[in-house]
Design a protein around this ligand. Structure first.
Ligand SMILES: [Zn+2]
Length: 50
């Protein structure tokens, strides 16, 4: 019954605080990924600039 899930690393987004999983597009830069999406990344920049 219980299927094995793919063993992927995950992180918590600094903006929305939600967990997100490794994606293929991040395979070269996973260490630097801090946000779940470009949207969150932009939001963070806006917060920093205020
Ligand atoms: Zn996010």
């Amino acid at each position: 019954m219980a299927h094995l899930k793919p063993h992927l690393p995950s992180k918590q987004c600094l903006v929305c605080k939600r967990p997100f999983s490794w994606r293929k597009k991040w395979r070269q830069c996973w260490e630097q990924v801090l946000y779940c999406s470009d949207r969150c990344r932009r939001q963070r920049k806006q917060v920093n600039s205020l």
